[in-house]
Write a protein that binds this ligand. Structure first.
Ligand code: HEM
Length: 173
C-alpha cells in the first residue's frame, strides 16, 4: 500500500474514532441544550452538503468546454474529485446522522412534514449518487452528455433544497 494511501486511511480512522468517542460522550451525558447544538451542527452540515451539490454541476458545465487530456481538463478532474471526497460525501453523512438523531430525539417519525422531507432528502441523495458517477465518467474521459444537460441538472438540488427547508421550518402538515 502506498504511503500516501496509508496516511489517508490513518487520518480517516482517527477522524471516525474521535467522532465515535464524542458521540458516546454526548449520548451518556445527554447535556441540556444538546438538541439545539445537534440542530446547529445539522444545519452547518446541510449547508456544506448543499454548497457542494450546487457547485459540482457548475464544474461539469465548464469541464464540458475543456479539451480531453488538456491541462484545464485535468485541473477540473482534481477539483471535482476533491469537492466530492473532501466536502460533499462527509457533509452528506453528517447531515443524515444528525438529522436522524434529531428525529429520534423529538419523535418526528409520524409527522407528515417529516415524511415528505425524507422523500425529498432521499431524492437529493439519489442526485448525489448520480453526481458521483459523473465525476468518475469525467475522470475516465468518457463523458458524452452535452453542456446543456448539466445546466439543467444544476437546478435540481436548488428546487429540492427549497422544498426541504420550507417543510422543516414551516411544517405545513
Ligand atoms: C439527511 C436527512 C435529514 C434528516 C433526517 C433531517 C431531519 C431534521 C430534523 C428532525 C430536524 C429538527 C426539526 C425541529 O427541531 O423542528 C431538522 C432541522 C433542520 N433541517 Fe434537516 N434533515 C435532513 C436533511 C436536511 C437537509 C438536506 C437540509 C437542507 C437542505 C436540512 C435543513 C434543516 C434545517 C434548516 C433545519 C432547522 C429547522 C428549524 O429549526 O426551524 N435538513 N432536520
Amino acid at each position: 500500500m502506498k504511503a500516501e494511501t496509508r496516511s489517508r486511511l490513518m487520518r480517516a480512522g482517527a477522524g471516525i474514532a474521535i467522532a465515535a468517542i464524542l458521540f458516546a460522550v454526548l449520548v451518556i451525558l445527554d447535556p441540556s441544550g444538546l438538541y439545539l447544538w445537534l440542530k446547529a451542527l445539522h444545519v452547518i452540515a446541510a449547508i456544506s452538503w448543499m454548497a457542494g451539490m450546487l457547485y459540482l454541476p457548475r464544474l461539469f458545465v465548464y469541464h464540458c468546454d475543456a479539451e480531453v487530456a488538456s491541462k484545464r481538463s485535468e485541473t477540473f478532474k482534481v477539483m471535482e474529485r476533491r469537492l466530492l471526497v473532501a466536502i460533499i460525501n462527509p457533509a452528506m453523512i453528517a447531515t443524515w446522522v444528525l438529522g436522524l438523531w434529531l428525529a429520534y430525539d423529538a419523535g418526528f417519525w409520524r409527522s407528515g412534514w417529516f415524511q415528505a422531507k425524507i422523500v425529498l432528502v432521499l431524492a437529493l441523495s439519489g442526485v448525489h449518487g448520480l453526481f458521483s458517477r459523473w465525476v468518475r465518467d469525467f475522470a475516465a474521459d468518457r463523458n458524452t452528455r452535452p453542456q446543456r444537460f448539466y445546466r439543467m441538472v444544476n437546478e435540481i438540488p436548488t428546487v429540492l433544497m427549497i422544498g426541504i427547508v420550507i417543510l422543516v421550518v414551516v411544517k405545513p402538515f
